[in-house]
Design a binder for this molecule. Structure first.
Ligand SMILES: [Zn+2]
Length: 476
């Protein structure tokens, strides 16, 4: 399996530190508002990556954090000159930042479930790991990588020789204007040093530390600590959006490697920006969407997930509502196909041609996914396969057993893609009771009474279909 490693600026064969095991860290959400569709694209990629690694037989340990303090409105190296996003949101919503964190963490977990993301094995919150952060900062001070001024701690980037290896923004280049403009902070030895610990008497979320009574950690140090706490000093994969590469990930490398003297992460994977209607997404332009906005407009979360899969994660994707509608139609055609397979009831000798088609589909799917998770390629393989099987069904050249095998293969692909199986609408309790009653009557071979219940269900808008796999119920 090949992955594009931002650190090497090329595709590389993926080799984990430990055979068949993968330690993966995904930069998680900052819970100051609902996740937008750009964030969700990045998290969908992380989910697909984990699922495909598992599909190929790796045992993955996935850690995705919750950032609930210290992520500033300024995301350059002088982030300390900005404001904490959490506290800004609290001020706007007239709540305290802890309430903001709780509310949007809950909202994010709901969105994750709707998007069909697997639960990461660990989901640490930054505010719950302050002790570990203080410990890491102490180590950096002791080793000469960090210094204290006015109760704040800064990382001295001139001391870490590898600075810039991920983003290309070396100390030399920063001096010549790379990495954006930064404000002069008289406390810092160099304007490009970044804050590890910030003392601020007005900050609502605060902790006492060896450097002062009223401080909080910088965003970068949080991720270093949370990654190493659960995955060890060297991890296999670290993901994030391309905007995280600098300064966030560059600083994570400096802190982690400065503290441990070891390589922090072998494969850095970054998801490209998303445009909306051809422009950068922004609230002021009115082209800003959260998952909730799309659900309100009548779109399903699975359609969004499918739309993401139609674009390669390293290509810029242009989101439009028309595109989302088209994704929903594509998905419906697969769901119809799955229904057709389930309902297929035809005696026929097993078709040798089918085995060939299935083998071709499986190999094609794996070839595309092995190539840096080429999901659009994998979908093309699946659509071709669906077309061929539909043709066999039209020609009545597919047996019951064949249709089951095809169904199983698509289900196997869907362990990775997480969209190909239809969302079953939850039926109301009265309907479930009637269904149970009908099942019981059928078991007792009381056909007439069972039919009566079926008619009653139909009158109330629930259709019963008896398939080879048993009865299925859906809204009319
Ligand atoms: Zn992070």
């Amino acid at each position: 399996m090949k992955l594009y490693n931002s650190l090497k600026r090329k595709k590389e064969e993926f080799r984990p530190i430990e055979d068949k095991k993968v330690r993966m860290y995904n930069c998680g959400p900052t819970v100051y508002s609902y996740a937008h569709i750009g964030n969700l694209r990045s998290f969908t990629f992380a989910d697909i990556l984990r699922r495909y690694l598992e599909y190929t037989g790796f045992k993955v340990k996935q850690v995705m954090n919750i950032t609930d303090v210290g992520h500033m409105t300024a995301e350059s190296l002088d982030a300390e000159s900005g404001k904490d996003k959490m506290e800004e949101a609290a001020r706007k919503e007239n709540k305290d930042p802890w309430q903001i964190a709780e509310f949007y963490t809950e909202a994010f977990l709901e969105d994750s479930e709707r998007m069909n993301f697997l639960q990461p094995h660990e989901r640490p919150k930054a505010t719950e790991m302050i002790e570990d952060m203080i410990e890491l900062i102490r180590k950096l001070i002791k080793k000469g990588y960090a210094y204290v001024i006015n109760n704040c701690v800064y990382f001295d980037i001139s001391k870490f020789r590898g600075y810039g290896k991920l983003s290309g923004n070396t100390v030399e280049k920063l001096k010549h204007g790379a990495g954006g403009r930064v404000k002069k902070n008289p406390d810092k030895k160099s304007q490009f040093d970044f804050a590890l610990w910030i003392e601020d008497s007005n900050h609502i979320m605060h902790w006492s530390s060896p450097w002062g009574e009223h401080g909080y950690p910088g965003w970068h140090v949080e991720c270093s600590v949370m990654a190493m706490k659960y995955l060890g000093e060297t991890i296999d994969i670290h993901t994030g959006g391309e905007d995280n590469k600098f300064p966030h990930h560059e600083c994570e490398i400096a802190q982690s490697e400065g503290a441990t003297g070891r390589k922090f992460c072998n494969y850095w994977l970054h998801v490209k920006h998303l445009l909306v209607d051809g422009n950068k997404m922004s609230k002021s332009k009115g082209n800003f969407y959260t998952l909730r906005d799309l659900i309100e407009k009548g779109y399903s979360p699975k359609a969004l997930r499918f739309l993401y899969l139609k674009a390669h994660y390293r290509k810029q994707m242009n989101f439009t509502l028309e595109g989302l509608k088209e994704a929903e139609d594509n998905l419906a055609s697969i769901w119809d196909f799955m229904d057709r397979l389930e309902e297929w009831n035809f005696e026929y000798d097993n078709n040798p041609k089918l085995e060939e088609l299935m083998e071709k589909a499986r190999k094609g799917f794996e070839r595309e996914m092995d190539d840096d998770l080429n999901t659009p390629g994998a979908l093309a393989v699946i659509f071709d396969f669906v077309k061929s099987v539909n043709k066999l069904m039209d020609q009545k050249k597919l047996s019951n057993a064949d249709s089951d095998m095809v169904y199983d293969l698509i289900t196997r692909f869907d362990q990775v893609l997480g969209v190909l199986e239809r969302d079953r609408e939850e039926l109301p309790d009265w309907a479930k009771k009637l269904i149970e009653k009908r099942e019981k009557l059928r078991k007792e071979k009381k056909w007439k009474q069972a039919d009566k219940v079926r008619d009653e269900l139909r009158e109330k808008g629930i259709v019963v279909e008896d398939t080879p796999q048993g009865p299925r119920y859906r809204y009319a």
